[in-house]
Design a protein around this ligand. Sequence first.
Ligand code: NOJ
Length: 734
Amino acid sequence: MKLTETQKKFVEDLLGKMTLEEKVGQLNQDSPSIVGGFDVPFEELIEMVTDGRISQEEFGKIMATAERDYHEDDIRAGMVGSVMGNDPVKANELQRIAVEESRLGIPLLMGFDVIHGLRSVFPIAIAEAGSFDDDLMERTARMAAKESRAYGINWNFAPMLDVARDSRWGRVSEGPGEDPYLASKFARAKIKGLQNSTDSTENYVAACTKHYIAYSACEAGRDYNTTTMSTSQLYNVYLPPFRAAMEEGACSAMASFNDLNGVPCTVNSYTLRDILKGELGLEGFVVSDANAIRECVVHGIAEDDVDAGIQALNAGLDMDMGTRIFYDHIAQAVKDGKVSMETLDDAVRRILSVKVWLGLFENPYVDQSAIDAYAKALPENHVALCQEAAEKSIVLLKNQDNILPLNKENKFTLVGELADRPDEVVGAWSLAWQKDDCVSIKAGLENVGAKFEYYPVCGPEGELNIEELKSAIDSDSEIVVAVVGEYTSMSGEASSKADITIPGHQREMLKKLVAAGKKVVAVLMNGRPLALGWEAEKLNAIIEGWHLGIQMGNAISKVLFGEINPSGKLSSTFSSVNGQEPMYYNHPNTGRPGTKSKFTSKYLDAPIEPCFPFGYGLSYTTFEYSDLKLTENKDEIIASFILKNTGDVAGTEVAQLYMQDVAASLVRPVKELKGYERVTLAAGQSKEVKLTLRKCDMGFYNNQGKYVCEDGLFRIYVGGNSCDVLDGEVRVAF
Ligand code: NOJ
């Protein structure tokens, strides 16, 4: 986000004309209050549907009928800076009040959660990151931005950039997985896609990077829980994607709910002012998370609302989502000298700058033609991108005896309630999907004329239908495709789980099918890495399908029948059993890495290895890595190697480059991802691949938050996942 000198002057002139109250008004984000039968704030309603307290259907009904108070009088009085919502007609109405009826005519930021697409729902982020396809990640964000604008939204509460290492945390679904390097690439792609339009100036939005910071490090994977960590861990693991996003010019950030080392991120001047606005250079503003300013009282860091509001603004939190504490108390606080006018002006300047950058002063409205574009069926290019993203995000985890791809002419049995749930393909934080757009796995199979009998048998909750199970077992097909996993509501906000094995009676169903001698191909639908120890051992094949968005069914059926050769990789480690969590590949070494001998770092009752490591994913062909050569020039190490497709079909491999700093002044991870490339090879083809590691990226942040590059020995690894690698060594003097 860069403003021209003229734009900066415009902001200063406007600021100069504002009253104290009007300034405070810009810091207030309102949500329409739902009145008449459902009296909760809009953002809480969104949370209720997200965490499953109410169903999508109930939510839809409430939305269709509820009367809303949009606080028009406050908008008219200049007391609202932003409104939450996704109704373009209403957005135009409210903008008109702000622009034509308020004294200074300042347009509104219209904010909404567009995490992995709006009406065009793409794969959840943890899945899409596994495509390792930066260009795809950018294109899906750009399409989300375009749809957002048509829905009246000009500010997206995305991308979610929480590096997540504990799969019990339900919000792992919303982010790019466990690796800071991959998360940083994801961050850059998303900021470019959301903020840099390529076709028309209307089709970009302001991004809101979240949740700042270390929210995913919540103790025990329990949402909203406390976080504690060293400076070096904060800088090396959690900050990198935010740093990358700021380098790309991200317009805003959302402070996270958690406390970090005892200070809630809402009132944390070290993380907000010193790091985010100072070191990382955020030029736009920081918004609180929903109701988070008030929650500072519950945290026990503020005595009351007034105290919380003053602490937040002074700490560098610029906009209040949902509490109206700024609205109610900041003007008085300025009069009392508890908040300086400079502090208030800085917050207002940042918010106005984003509005100017968005071009809202020139045109705050949505064109009727844009609204009309989504009144009917989704445009074909949107559907095509949903399908491409879904196909590239699928990860083949097991394929014993090449049971896959299936032959379309052979009949099989399909089980699992999830197979026939179009409403469950979308994943957490999908708020504008339409059922008719959604393709369930069963529908996807029907679309290609597959021959199968279907018995739901059981889903993630509820009982096992014995009759249906018996029919599935008695059927004469040897192969059973079992669609199992989690409902959308089992991941996302407030959806932490202590047990991350396949829920309900689904494992029991799988066990009975295996015991009956069936060959079982599991297709997983889930929002988090699951503990798959039993499934990995006993099932014939496993396809990780995540929640792939509206084209899930078509993408899965193409993979099942080999029309698409899977190329996705895991953006997170999968455990075998619950107790291994948090589990991640880039952990520090210990003095006693786990081995078979007793006094080493391991469990007595669980393996030390992951079930499936970070970066893992099979293909219908096989790839061989050989001839690793490391060459060095002034600024880079170049790892070149031969990648060969040793199978008999074409395929795409994500070749990965890892590094280990062998001895440093702080213990470093056993491996760190430093590069990757998608390489497509015809059957039998080989190619020399070169992955480059810049020397300036070989350092780390120490406990003073200082980036250091230390001379010494480095191990370099290349391979198709974080475990199976070729290795070499290089001694580097910086
Ligand atoms: C709470 C969530 O933590 C955040 O991600 C979201 O953007 C806001 N609510 C607004 O819906």
